[in-house]
Design a protein around this ligand. Structure first.
Ligand SMILES: [Zn+2]
Length: 75
């Protein structure tokens, strides 16, 4: 899959989810551990962003483990 195909697919997914620009700005990569702490804090609304290739990136919080992309919004 080339870069353009990937972007087109991601845009299709975002439209399906009706992500607002605000939600897209709030996307972070979270590993399982950091995801749990966000969920347990109950201060955020969290939704997984379906990724086209199910790839995992480095967690933006701990920067050590790897995880998926989530929309993290303040309640
Ligand atoms: Zn983490």
């Amino acid at each position: 899959m080339n870069e353009n195909d990937r972007i087109t697919l991601e845009q299709a997914i975002y439209e399906e989810m009706e992500l607002t620009p605000e939600m897209i700005r709030s996307i972070r990569t979270l590993c399982g551990v950091c995801l749990c702490s966000f969920v347990e804090s109950k201060a955020f609304k969290i939704a997984i962003v379906p990724s086209a290739d199910r790839s995992m990136d480095t967690c933006t919080v701990c920067q050590t483990r790897r995880g998926h992309d989530y929309v993290v919004m303040n309640r």
